[in-house]
Design a protein around this ligand. Sequence first.
Ligand code: NDP
Ligand code: HSE
Length: 433
Amino acid sequence: MIEYRNLRVAILGGGSVGSQVAHLLLEQGAELAQRAGAGLEVVGIAVRNLDAQRDTALPKELFTTDAESLILGADIVVELIGGIEPARTYILQALHSGADVITANKAVLANHGPELFEAAEQVGAQLYYEAAVGGAIPIIRPLRDSLAGDRVSRILGIVNGTTNFILDRMDTEGDTLEGALAEATRLGYAEADPTADVEGFDAAQKAAILASLAFHTTVPLDAVHREGMTTVTHEQVLAARKAGYVVKLLAICERITDADGVEGVSARVHPALVPLSHPLAAVHGANNAVFVEAEAAGSLMFYGAGAGGIQTASAVLGDVVSAARRHVAGGPGVAESTHANLPVLPMASVTTRYQITLTVLDEPGVLAAIATLFSDRGVSVEGVSQTVRDDAAATLVIITHEASESALAATVEALATTPVVSAVVSVLRVEGL
Ligand code: NDP
Ligand code: HSE
């Protein structure tokens, strides 16, 4: 029988994820010790309310409201409280005391990542965060380790389960946004305030984390362009399917070169049309998927449960085992790499393709007039389809070649004030072609 050194694990938060992490650590301790090369002793679980109902039965004596005492003397601190404070302060306290820290907290990382990574580097500790993006899906370690020898050019991610669930229900069951959101909330996918999901704040935090990691560059949260999905209508979803697309809320992180030849990165979150032939179109329900394009590896896709207590606990436990192995091996933690330090370019520098739906007068010369508005602003049209209605009007659906956001915005502005155009019905970006 091998005698393992014991590592003290403090868990901060005993909610959906924290209670499952504690349960699995207690239940599978012996097996995890063999994988980690060290015993993993749960020294306590810090919570707010000692009498709150827990998802799993856990020994009462492990619970405490004194998080700070728990942190002192721990080798590994697992932060599963969520939000900014006191999570940020506890992570810093743990790192300063020399502990490795594991967090699933996208909010604290997207808002305070550089401060936390610097604190870890100063003391030679490591901050692990596999569960912060994509729940159970391994995506942080593949980007940091497996693809460390490659150059990531683009990430297209469905990183919010709630919005994918809503858009999927609108597409496959004809549900309304409100009805599907109520169901997502009932099933426990949505954040406490679902505005974070439907307005894209949650996905933007995850985009900032992915872009920083993939491009070795600090991408601040306020540099992520964000549009929510509350403006997506049932009609748009139906029209998209008819045209061979699905609507998805995407987090897109890219290396780009702007019109002046400046090379940089961009990160954005918005609803987009995805061709039915693209692997992301087959991501249903509350699942997440991250599609990575790298120069040498080509296209890779990481898929699975983006949320859920036990699913997220799987990713957290993987980090606990990694941290334990590092303790056993000794030496400093691996610092977060920001060596490329590329400029983060604004949304106006992004180029992509667009689908514009217009209601126009059904008269001679209308198509030519509209085509001129596009070409005058340097936007090349790839295809047009027209449906004649019975009220002397027609619906035009125009797909463009790649164009800059600024050229497209100028074109849409011109369309909106042209007499032959009765209405600009919708403008959606097309991704993944
Ligand atoms: P919960 O709200 O279920 O649990 C939060 C826990 O933190 C509760 O046990 C709460 O105590 C405790 N807590 C809150 N404030 C304090 C405080 N000041 N001091 C001590 N304890 C405190 O959150 P989740 O488990 O759902 O999420 C945890 C983290 O995991 C978050 O960062 C979240 O973003 C992330 N995550 C969650 C996923 C999910 O599916 N749930 C998926 C991916 C990531 P009490 O129980 O007494 O109220
Ligand atoms: N509310 C989030 C989602 C939970 O729907 O994906 C996981 O971060």
